[in-house]
Design a protein around this ligand. Structure first.
Ligand code: FES
Ligand code: FE2
Length: 408
């Protein structure tokens, strides 16, 4: 049958252009604009309690590394390929003085210094100090092991966060991995297979809560989260934030303060509308261009035993990983909404609207900061002064009139 005319074919999928992602904001490998920007900050690479004398593989920012703790308790992060002839240190054995390669027994300390070469005369004493296994500095805080993978001369102090330092009576800090709920709380394998920006910018998108998490999938959070908020976005000393205003049925107004703390840290107010400051920080860590993972640290009562409650998404009493395919379609959550955007979202085919203002502002600030790093400057939020390491997060749910500004 012949075409009935041009009009009826408007918008037809045939012949559409090849769409592209925004490489400047998404690609995280060494030398990439965003990769170099992210390398100016500390990033979590492991849970302290899981870092032992058994070496573990870590992939972060498109780099493969080996994380371990020597017999004296020091964490180390080295490249895997042994400086001698390339066997992986994943198969190494750890003792008090470092990690020993399985092949010829060369041993490297947590800063990559070679301190033993058992096949060489005098254990390599004459030459072994010329060998250095590439390494990155690590520090531990809040039960997390953080790494700095940037230029040594620009290494900032490891930030402190008031949410995790100013404890209420009887509280302690628990670090854990659970996020989307695909695994258990200590499951190192829970890696989300899509670009980190899709997750990061989702934090500046409060409108999706009323749809995805409420009207579409049923109330996954407090039912009041389904009230479409009035939202104000603004830049801060540490990145940006939104304030979402919801008119509650009882006539009160709930204000929800939620920040993006550059480059990849969030502290989302309680989704069950509990009032007061937040308890939790979350780091969105790029694994590579098409994968990311979450690390969490939160204040909990010292006798906290609710680890089952940290299993993430559930339908009934079943975790995300046990849901059927039909249930994923029936009750989509952030995982489903974000993975559907693809391994890296195609930014050239988006149609941004007024509710995307926060996403636009976030991308704009990221691009600006990426270019500051390219031009030799230091990006937002880094400090080299230990006395300025404490950051005030200012996140939480507050009834109108009760919020007190706590920015740094
Ligand atoms: S390859 Fe590692 S010691 Fe030889
Ligand atoms: Fe969400």
């Amino acid at each position: 049958m012949q075409s009935s005319g041009e009009e009826s074919h408007s918008g037809c999928a045939y012949g559409r252009p090849v769409h592209t992602h925004d490489a400047e904001l998404t690609e995280v490998g060494p030398g990439k604009p965003c990769g170099e920007f992210l390398r100016r900050y500390w990033h979590p690479v492991g849970l302290s309690r899981l870092v032992t004398t058994r070496p573990q593989n870590v992939r972060i920012l498109c780099e493969d590394l080996i994380l371990f703790r020597d017999g004296k308790g020091r964490a180390g992060l080295l490249t895997p390929r042994c400086a001698h002839r390339g066997a992986s240190l994943y198969y190494g054995k750890v003792d008090d003085e470092g990690i020993r390669c399985c092949y010829h027994g060369w041993r490297f300390d947590v800063q990559g210094r070679c301190n033993d070469q058992p096949c060489e005369p005098d254990k390599g004493a004459a030459h072994r100090d010329k060998v250095r296994q590439p390494w990155y500095p690590v520090e531990e805080r809040y039960g997390l092991v953080f790494a700095y993978m940037g230029p040594p001369a620009r290494k900032p102090v490891l930030p402190r966060w008031d949410v995790l330092e100013e404890l209420d009576e009887g509280e302690t800090v628990l670090a854990h991995l659970t996020s989307y709920g695909a695994g258990t709380q200590d499951d190192l394998s829970e890696i989300a297979p899509w670009n980190w920006l899709q997750d990061w910018e989702n934090i500046m998108d409060p409108h999706h809560v009323a749809v995805l998490h409420t009207s579409f999938s049923g109330a996954q959070f407090a039912p009041e989260m389904g009230i479409m908020p009035d939202v104000h976005w603004e830049y801060t000393d540490l990145g940006m934030r939104f304030i979402a205003y919801r008119n509650l049925p009882d006539g009160k107004v709930m204000e929800r303060y939620s920040p993006c703390l550059f480059p990849n840290v969030r502290s989302v107010p309680d989704v069950y509308m509990q009032t007061g400051r937040t308890k939790r920080m979350r780091w969105c860590v790029p694994v590579d261009d098409t994968h990311h993972r979450h690390f969490n640290a939160m204040r909990v009562p010292a006798d906290f035993n609710g680890h089952d409650g940290l299993r993430g998404r559930t339908v009934g009493d079943r975790i995300w990983a046990d849901m059927t395919e039909a249930e994923h379609q029936e009750f989509p959550h952030d995982w489903e909404a974000q993975i559907g955007q693809g391994p890296i979202s195609l930014h050239s085919e988006e149609h941004l609207a007024s509710a995307d203002k926060g996403v636009v502002m976030l991308r704009r600030l990221m691009r600006q900061q990426i270019r500051i790093v390219q031009q030799g400057g230091d990006p937002i939020g880094v400090t080299f002064d230990p006395d300025k390491a404490l950051n005030r997060v200012g996140a939480g749910n507050y009834l109108q009139g009760t919020y007190q500004e706590t920015k740094r």
